[in-house]
Ligand binder design. Structure first.
Ligand code: G
Ligand code: G
Ligand code: NA
Length: 251
């Protein structure tokens, strides 16, 4: 079978699940400020396949909306379980541009929030820079709609896509996520260190918060902290966690 044939059957076969990577305000790990929902696929024949591989295929074969809605539903169930045990958490959900372009994307989110009795502030929508550049006008409209409803919008992979600073200035974004490639370079590359500092300052000047992604070493953490970074996500603090397993195993 071709990969997409397996993909079409993945949900009914219970091969898809969602893991959650915590985001922290400091290395002390006292405060988890949120989680990023990350989709995982484990197929009997093909083994485990990463989202970098299957998301672009799902987009190409128009299956991304089905997968996206699965992630939304799972994430909301997760938030609801936590809420019921007295823990108010927020989760950021990755949205592909094809999902955003759906007419009922925002109303679907709102409906699910009502179903699970959550607050809009507990759900953040994460988009990538690539999404923005290709479909700028319609994407901006959708993001305006999301923000007007009270959702927080995060921009992923900042600094690696093709969008311009002009576009960034026009987008209703509350959080910038600095891409891993910057974080991994700051220890050894002075130019990258300078760029990272500039991005952090830029975000703050624009009233946005910064999340550094892919933080793997103490040195990276300390350098980012000295630069004024707000939040951290990465293996140094925690891998994505599978909460369906009792032990919260890393994945
Ligand atoms: O979890 P991992 O590092 O393998 O994710 C790789 C990429 O896949 C990341 O860019 C991540 O944003 C993306 N991704 C993970 N889960 C989802 C999802 O549910 N929807 C979309 N659109 N992208 C996702
Ligand atoms: O593309 P996106 O920004 O959504 O990236 C999230 C992906 O990065 C997830 O697949 C997650 O598993 C992965 N990831 C998160 N933290 C780290 C890290 O510290 N190191 C590496 N190599 N990958 C990470
Ligand atoms: Na992401």
């Amino acid at each position: 079978l071709a990969l997409e044939q397996h993909l079409f059957k993945s949900l009914e076969r219970n091969e898809m699940y969602v893991v959650y990577q915590p985001q922290y305000s400091s290395i002390s790990k006292e405060d988890i400020i949120g989680y990023e929902a990350l989709l995982r696929w484990n197929n009997d024949e093909l083994g485990s396949i990463g989202p970098d591989e299957f998301i672009p295929i799902a987009e190409a074969v128009d299956y991304i909306n089905v997968l996206g809605r699965f992630v939304i539903e799972e994430s909301m169930k997760f938030i609801k379980r936590r809420k019921d045990s007295g823990d108010m958490i927020s989760v950021s959900i990755n949205a592909s541009y094809k999902e955003l372009l759906q007419n009922d994307y925002v109303s679907y989110l709102r409906e699910k929030i009502e179903t699970y009795d959550l607050s809009v502030t507990q759900v953040h929508i994460e988009i990538t820079e690539t999404t923005i550049s290709e479909y700028i006008d319609i994407v901006r409209e959708k993001l305006d709609e999301l923000v007007a409803c009270g959702f927080e919008v995060h921009m992923d992979d900042f600094g690696t896509g093709y969008s311009s600073l002009y576009q960034l200035g026009k987008m209703p974004i509350q959080v910038l996520k600095i891409d891993k490639s910057f974080v991994w370079a700051i220890e050894t590359d002075e130019k990258m260190e300078a760029l990272t500092k500039l991005i952090i300052d830029l975000a703050h000047r624009m009233n946005m918060w910064i999340i550094a992604e892919g933080v793997e070493t103490m040195k990276q953490y300390e350098m980012l902290s000295d630069m004024g970074c707000d939040y951290y996500q990465g293996y140094l603090l925690s891998k994505p966690l599978d909460f369906s397993k009792e032990t919260n195993q890393s994945t």
